[in-house]
Design a protein around this ligand. Structure first.
Ligand code: PGA
Length: 260
């Protein structure tokens, strides 16, 4: 794991933006795995800036989102389809046919999940997966005790996640209990995993993921087995790491050719 600690979420997201930009400059047909939630919003602003101000071309890029609520149509205000259009795709030139987000209302759920996996393989596999981490350590919607070998499938949300996500829903409207999510096994096949965590509320989960035992109770700890997992934190999210000074030392001593 590479732990990158920046003062603020803005600075961390700028580092993330440079990593994504470098990948697309090097491989214009890159396949990106994308995430929703509050955390990647600043990264998406950086990607839009790269596109509008530096001419970064997304016309050959393909994307796959991590997850979607079961029961919400793509145009529901709280669907992840809508979120992605409003916060990213409306401002980029990714061709619509290259954008993949699980369908929250599939005719046959199991078949839809299997097809989603096949589409990722057919696209050449994920070059880079953007991730956040839940306060309970979930990746995508892989809640505690999810199998490390799991693939795209239906999951039932933990009550904690339902509460955490209530803020995205109108008063009186319930958070769906079921979701479709890429599995931990799916995520682990991405060539690079880029996880962002900002704010004090993530500090415990981050410390367990990076410095704790690998356990299905802390799904994000599976990244300890990933060959290229980069964890981008602000000072608050890094505040419970025992070896924070070491990670900063490593980052400030990176050889020039390895810098972002
Ligand atoms: P957040 O969610 O970015 O809204 O904190 C992260 C997650 O649940 O994975």
């Amino acid at each position: 794991m590479e732990i990158i600690i920046q003062k603020t979420a803005e600075e961390g997201s700028a580092v993330g933006g440079r990593i994504v930009a470098k990948l697309i400059q090097h491989k214009p047909t890159a396949v990106l795995g994308l995430a929703t939630g509050s955390t990647p919003l600043k990264l998406y602003r950086e990607m839009i800036k790269w596109h509008k101000e530096q001419g970064l071309d997304f016309s050959q890029v393909t994307t796959f989102n991590l997850d979607e609520y079961v029961g919400l149509s793509a145009d529901h205000y709280a669907s992840y389809s809508r979120f992605m259009n409003e916060n990213l795709f409306d401002e980029l030139n990714v061709p619509t046919q290259n954008i993949h987000i699980p369908n929250g209302l599939p005719e046959n759920l199991a078949e839809h999940c299997a097809a989603y996996e096949r589409e990722m393989v057919d696209a050449g596999g994920l070059d880079l997966q953007v991730l956040g981490i839940g306060s309970d350590g979930h990746l995508g919607f892989n809640e505690p005790t999810s199998s490390f070998a799991s693939r795209t499938r239906i999951k039932t949300l933990d009550q904690q996640t339902v509460e955490d996500n209530q803020r995205f829903f109108k008063e009186g409207e319930e958070v769906p209990r079921h979701v479709i999510t890429m599995g931990l096994g799916t995520i682990m096949e991405a060539r690079t995993c880029l996880l962002f965590a900002f704010g004090e509320g993530k500090a415990d989960a981050v410390a367990e993921m990076v410095e704790g035992s690998v356990s299905a109770m802390m799904p994000a700890s599976v990244l300890q087995f990933h060959r290229d997992a980069r964890i981008i934190l602000d000072e608050a999210a890094a505040s419970k790491l025992k070896k924070a000074d070491y990670y900063k030392w490593v980052y400030s001593n990176k050889p020039e050719w390895q810098q972002y």
